[in-house]
Design a protein around this ligand. Structure first.
Ligand code: 6PG
Length: 248
């Protein structure tokens, strides 16, 4: 079980991004007071773009912040569907972060090579023990996936490897191979923050948060930080079918 699990409902997606940026700044500030660097695994997809844009105005010591990714599509870094490219455009190109702090997954490589190189990068940064990210950002797919942990795939049950190569040939698109952190690493994080927005996520969010526990079918349910905090920031539309927040 997570140390603490919380669900916060924002009135709209702009407020959601404000709250998420506030969380990021608070956690980075706390970590940098206690230590010398802050590690974050960024989420892909489209929801976090507004958060990344907000962060460009944050007063943080970017030299001490290291950016990783929860998952990547096997595409060149300048491809429109690259998770790296989205973060680069919305955030990284706008802040004074040293290049060596950007630990992108090399999506231009064949999937197994990309996964191996990323695992090596993690090892260089975190050492030989399971990585403990200060913060992991995640999104929720309308099929219950998170990062690139898809329903019914064996990767969901990985208990030792940090990084997995995923053949992705059924929707949701883009249908390209993926590299993903495993639940083993996601659940070792100090803080995990899900960002979920839009009516299109209402049904799956209610299933993930309030339905039976079936992580094989709903991989997002498998995210339960062992010694960390779990926060779901969702907007009102996405929360539409959650019992306590049901609007109609
Ligand atoms: C990816 C992701 C994925 C994403 C969800 C939500 O690379 O596709 O990291 O897990 O976070 O699919 O995506 P949206 O924010 O676009 O709804």
């Amino acid at each position: 079980m997570a140390l603490q699990t919380e669900i916060k409902v924002a009135p709209d997606s702009s407020t959601l991004a404000d709250w998420a940026a506030g969380e990021f700044v608070t956690l980075a500030g706390q970590a940098l007071q206690a230590g010398s660097r802050f590690s974050v695994a960024l989420a892909g997809g489209s929801t976090p773009r507004q958060l990344y844009a907000r962060l460009t105005a944050a007063k943080l010591d970017w030299k001490k912040i290291h950016f990783f990714w929860g998952d990547e599509r096997c595409l060149p870094p300048d491809h429109k569907d690259s998770n790296y490219r989205m973060a680069q455009e919305a955030l990284l190109s706008q802040i004074p972060v040293p290049l060596e702090n950007i630990h992108r997954i090399p999506g231009e490589l064949p999937v197994k090579d990309a996964a191996r190189e990323y695992a090596e990068d993690l090892r260089r940064y975190f050492g030989s023990l399971t990585p403990r990210f200060d913060l992991v950002l995640l999104g929720l797919g309308s099929d219950g996936h998170t990062a690139s942990l898809f329903p019914g795939k064996p990767t969901v049950n990985e208990t030792t490897r940090w990084v997995a190569a995923v053949v992705h040939d059924v929707p949701p698109p883009p249908l390209v191979d993926r590299v993903t952190l495993t639940l083993h690493v996601l659940n070792a994080a100090a803080h995990v923050l899900f960002l979920v927005s839009g009516l299109g996520k209402a049904e799956i969010l209610a299933r993930v948060l309030q339905g039976p526990y079936q992580p094989d079918l709903l991989p997002a349910q498998g995210v339960r930080p062992v010694k960390g905090n779990l926060l779901w920031l969702v907007n009102q539309d996405a929360a539409e079918l959650l019992a306590p927040h049901k609007q109609k």
